[in-house]
Design a binder for this molecule. Structure first.
Ligand code: ATP
Ligand code: MG
Length: 339
């Protein structure tokens, strides 16, 4: 179950990961048999509707699940080492230093009572036993790295003295202060206006090259995927339903959900009137449909029982194709060949 690719070693390897959360209304599995790989030096985009488990997957990886949450089964390896069973202390060491994360609600994540330099410095001091002045120097250096003009002055600013785009740069600085090998950016541009969004993506892409990192970008923006990512994982209902190179998955998808997602997303060449929203509702985690989670909304579902009974497994249709979890994948390939 490995994405076929000639480039890049696997840094982060998630296999059959299942996460449970105990809620007042019962146990739910927001991450349900997720497998995906993040490769050295590359950008992996993770896409899927709201609630599909994108954030939960990486919060599971980093040991940052909400109360009542735990990994139930599966494995996560970082550079070949199992980390899903790491102790809280080991996880703290790994976070930031090996795998950095910029959280989804990150703009709200800055503390208004401390300067940006103190907040970045804290990350450094917590991990590297650095003195206050060393941490401050690293904060200044990192603020420069993320393109904050005049960092030696702005290091003493409070968050409210900076614009939204600048605050996002500060959050990115916190994510890369320890120079991680992998940076997970959870919807890094959602709260920002369009021109700033592009600047932030350019910045992340530049940092990836400069620091030799891998980037995982969780996004709803397929334009970002096409422009910045080499690999993509499409999630639906807590599962990865398609995973492979962007070229394969976006240009010749083998999954009806990816197809629907593409039709529902704005394209540069299409007007808003041409958008085709995905009918129906995402699955309710407390009442997951049997078989393929997408079957109640899938136009390819026919009289075949498979879709309503058997959960389709991620599989490659050929040695060089992407991985797809759909009983109809072969038909989709045939149609593509004949059109
Ligand atoms: N504390 C919690 N307790 C129970 N369920 C939760 C909790 N937090 C999130 N969930 C559920 O887990 C599922 C996956 O959530 P997750 O935040 O990973 O989605 P997402 O794909 O990141 O969505 P979005 O695009 O909106 O950020 C959702 O159905 C959500 O309702
Ligand atoms: Mg999310």
């Amino acid at each position: 179950m490995t994405v076929k690719s000639d480039e890049g070693d696997v840094l982060l390897d998630i296999r059959s990961l299942r996460t449970r959360i105990e809620t007042l209304r019962g146990v739910v599995h927001p991450v349900n048999d997720v497998s995906l790989q993040c490769r050295a030096g590359r950008t992996l985009a993770v896409v899927g509707e709201s609630g599909s488990g994108k954030s939960m997957t990486f919060l599971s990886v980093l040991g940052l699940l909400p109360a009542g949450g735990s990994i139930e089964s599966g494995s996560v390896t970082y550079l070949g080492r199992e980390i899903s069973t790491a102790s809280p202390k080991e996880m703290r060491r790994l976070r930031g230093k090996s795998i950095g994360m910029i959280f989804q609600d990150s703009l709200a994540g800055l503390n208004p009572s401390f300067t940006v330099g103190e907040q970045i410095g804290d990350v450094v001091r917590h991990h590297e036993n650095a003195s206050r002045s060393q941490a401050r120097e690293r904060a200044i250096e990192t603020l420069g790295l993320v393109g904050l003009p005049n960092p030696r002055e702005r290091v003493d600013y409070y968050p409210h003295q900076l614009s939204g785009g600048m605050r996002q740069r500060v959050m990115i600085a916190m994510g890369v202060a320890l120079r991680p090998r992998v940076l997970v950016a959870d919807e890094p541009t959602t709260a920002l206006d369009v021109t700033v969004q592009a600047q932030i993506m350019e910045l992340l892409d530049g940092l990836r090259r400069e620091l030799g990192m891998s980037l995982v970008v969780i996004t709803h923006d397929l334009g970002v995927v096409a422009r910045y990512a080499e690999d993509v994982a499409v999630m639906y209902g807590g599962r990865v339903v398609e995973h492979g190179s962007v070229r394969q998955v976006l240009k010749s998808t083998n999954h009806p959900y990816t197809e629907a997602l593409l039709r529902s997303s704005p394209r540069p060449d299409a007007s808003v009137a041409e958008l085709d929203p995905i009918p129906g509702q995402p699955p309710n985690l407390l009442a997951v449909p049997p078989g393929c989670g997408f079957h109640p909304r899938c136009h390819r579902r026919d009289g075949r029982e498979d879709c309503t009974v058997q959960i389709p497994q991620l599989r490659a249709l050929s040695p060089t194709s992407q991985l797809t979890a759909c009983h109809h994948a072969e038909e989709m390939v045939m149609q593509e060949v004949s059109t």
